[in-house]
Design a protein around this ligand. Structure first.
Ligand code: NOJ
Ligand code: CA
Length: 704
């Protein structure tokens, strides 16, 4: 599918001894200036519509055990510009075609005294800047260890930021919205508990970071193509308002083992004065390599249900028995264990989910807690936790395979690694073969708890390599991967579209662990989703969890209409209907939207957007003339005004509008919704009130 049907690449090469270079974006709104300071330190700056976005900022890397770092004493020995323009078709996506259009500047630098060369490559798009370090093959720079990357992003003011605290292990935090100058004082409050976490600074934040300047410029900092390198956090010098890269260390405290020739990931700055354009940006995908999978016919978007929310909410358990204080796989004898009576993944119950999926047209059923080991699954630096092939006595793999097949439903495998990456790698071939043999085409992986080997972090280089290894190994077995607790994505799904999902942020599960902020879902598309889709697991209809799980007093901070909208606003080719069957059966009319909504799109139109406040998006279902609209709203009730001018002129459509009732509120009245049907055309204007923590969802079907 990596079809290139319009590509041009023009190269202008010239040798230069100048110390400054300028690059403009194709439409000319961006200007990037590269220069060397008097001591030979590389710097860059970025302007958008003549306004400073990144002030003069230093570039370079501090090395360990080397006589000299790659920070200064450089001269420019070569400089090449080029322009590139292609349009490519993603296997799945928000749109059917993506234009990749940029102007490029590649500066080759030579270091005086060491005679070592690095290339800094800049790509300037109409939506922002990407740049990376390249380490060409050479005699004087072969193996080296990074002590710290010293890439700066000097901000032009005390912007408002939507941030989560810097961390080596988790992104599962609520966002804090504050001025940059307030981060330091808010940082400890911003860190809620997680099974695995390690911060590094009071002014450390994670990417993708979304900011807004006082004069209305939206700035997003992130990275693209994080391969064989450690994940970048940012550390803020809050006197000067300069962010500097802070890489995740390994168990020894080192930040990267590099062998030339190689490259760093791209550092990205997406910019616009219109928030909708940030959501529309395809720069992160464009900075990744084209698809490396020859035959992609087995990669398909998936809508699924599962035996999951009941364990997350404590209604049932992953574990099978309460008999054992600890488990040793292969030694512990489950055949003699007394079932605890709360085990969710039993054959009969899974069949109810298969029936439900089949009846309502879902593609798949996820089952967690099917395999031995859950009685004792994380903590204790336990290496051998699961073998990924041995089911509990009450989970009949063969029977369920046959049953699901007869109902036209695919089973989705679950591999919780509990952070034990080596154990997972040891079992991977067998586990994927087991999936092939039993009809599983997709796997949800998980990395809860501290990473093993001991001392490594979720975002260290070697663990980044582990996630990548799993994705590439899965290609051999034609398996789609949805990784939880792995590093946040950086557009790698362009190259490996079998990576159909990722968590790497605070997902719906936290609504059962005390709740998330009601405006969380108005921020995620500006932050976490910049790198790729999220398995957010929306569709919760019962907000009062205690109604079905007496010990859990957590409330879902969202209205029911907001939950429907998430299928459109949180773009993903993998969408779960996460609630219990019994809760969907109570609201069949609202459930109809989840049944109808598409998971693959040919067009997407961002109609309204302000991070932290609201997002409204319309998407056209691939291969049809039907559209779906989603609006999510933050704390403050708001009237959304949209025009349906994207509909085909002259045609009539039936719109079904699922909206908050007048008295809906995420806290006090979350299940109050209305459904109405109207005829619409491309001239229709809609005005719709969204409640606090609310929203609306619309399906628009062409009248035949
Ligand atoms: C955390 C994941 O995010 C969640 O979806 C999963 O159910 C648990 N880990 C158990 O693996
Ligand atoms: Ca998680």
């Amino acid at each position: 599918m990596k079809k290139l049907f319009l590509a041009s690449f023009i190269l202008f090469a010239f040798s230069s001894i100048a110390t400054a270079q300028q690059l403009k974006s194709p439409q000319g709104e961006f200007e990037m200036n590269f220069s060397l300071t008097s001591d030979g330190t590389p710097t860059y700056s970025l302007k958008y519509k003549n306004k400073e976005v990144v002030k003069t900022s230093k570039l370079g890397l501090e090395l360990k055990n080397d006589k000299k770092s790659l920070l200064n004493d450089f001269t420019i020995v070569d400089s090449k510009t080029a322009t590139f323009d292609e349009t490519w078709k993603p296997v799945w996506g928000e749109v059917a075609q993506i234009r990749n259009h940029y102007n490029e500047l590649a500066v080759t630098l030579n270091q005086k005294g060491t005679d070592r060369k690095i290339v800094i490559r800049f790509r300037l798009f109409d939506d922002g800047l990407g740049f990376r370090y390249e380490f060409p093959s050479q005699k004087n720079l072969v193996y080296f260890v990074i002590k710290e990357e010293r890439t700066q992003f000097a901000m032009a003011g005390n912007h408002t930021a939507h941030w989560i605290s810097g961390d080596y292990d988790t992104q599962e935090y609520d966002y804090t919205t504050s001025k940059l100058s307030e981060i330091r004082n808010l940082s400890s409050k911003a860190r809620s508990e997680n099974a695995s976490q390690e911060g590094f600074s009071d002014t450390g934040v994670q990417t993708s970071l979304m900011m807004k300047s006082n004069d209305g410029i939206y700035i997003n900092l992130h990275e693209a193509a994080l391969i064989n390198y450690s994940c970048m956090n940012l550390n803020l010098d809050d006197k000067k308002m300069i962010f500097e890269s802070h890489l995740t260390p390994d168990a020894k405290g080192d930040k990267g083992y590099i062998q030339a020739p190689s490259t760093s990931p791209w550092r990205t700055v997406i910019v616009s004065d219109d928030a909708r354009e940030i959501l529309d940006s395809k720069m992160t995908l464009n900075l990744n390599d084209p698809c490396k999978i020859e035959d992609t016919s087995w990669i398909k978007p998936v809508k699924y249900v599962g035996v999951w929310w009941e364990m997350i909410t404590n209604k049932s358990t992953w574990s099978y028995t309460n008999d054992f204080p600890a488990i040793q796989l292969g030694i512990t004898d489950y055949s003699k264990a007394k079932p605890n009576g709360t085990h969710g993944a039993n054959t009969a119950h899974v069949k109810e989910y298969i029936d439900f999926a089949s009846k309502h047209g879902f593609d798949g059923v996820l089952v967690e807690g099917w395999n031995q080991g859950w009685e004792d699954w994380f903590g204790h630096a336990k290496d051998y936790v699961f073998d990924f092939v041995t089911p509990y006595p009450d989970f009949d793999v063969k029977d369920l395979h046959e049953y699901a097949k007869s109902k036209g439903v695919k089973m989705i495998m679950h591999h919780e690694t509990s952070g034990s990456t080596r154990n997972y790698e040891r079992h991977l071939d067998k586990a994927f073969k087991f999936m092939n043999d039993n009809g599983y085409e997709a796997v949800k992986t998980g990395y809860v708890g501290p990473i093993l080997p001991v001392g490594e972090h979720h975002y260290s280089q070697s663990i980044i390599n582990h996630y990548q290894y799993v994705i590439e190994k899965a290609v051999d077995y034609k398996i789609m991967v949805n990784a939880h607790e792995a590093v946040r994505p950086t557009g790698i799904c362009r190259t490996y579209p079998n990576m159909i999902g990722n968590e790497a942020a605070r997902g719906t599960e936290f609504q059962a662990f005390g709740g998330s902020k009601p405006n969380h879902v108005t921020i995620l598309p500006f932050t976490r989703l910049i790198g790729g889709p999220m398995d957010y697991t929306p569709g919760i209809f019962e907000m009062n969890i205690q109604k079905f799980s007496p010990t859990n007093t957590s409330k879902v901070n969202s209205t029911l209409a907001n939950q429907l909208a998430l299928y459109v606003t949180m773009y993903s080719p993998l969408q779960m209907a996460a609630d219990l069957i019994e809760n969907y059966n109570q609201f069949p009319d609202a459930f109809q939207f989840i049944k109808d909504v598409a998971v693959d799109w040919s067009e997407s139109k961002y109609l309204e957007a302000e991070p932290g406040d609201y997002i409204t998006v319309a998407r056209k279902a691939k291969g049809t003339n039907n559209w779906f609209i989603g609006n999510v709203n933050g704390e403050t009730p708001r009237t959304s005004n949209i025009t349906l001018n994207f509909l085909e002129k002259g045609k009539k459509y039936t719109a079904t509008i699922y909206a908050d009732a007048k008295d809906a509120h995420y806290k006090t009245n979350p299940q109050a919704y209305t459904i109405r049907k109207i005829t619409v055309t491309s001239k229709t204007k809609l005005s719709q009130l969204s409640a606090s923590g609310g929203g609306y969802a619309i399906s628009i079907v062409e009248n035949k």
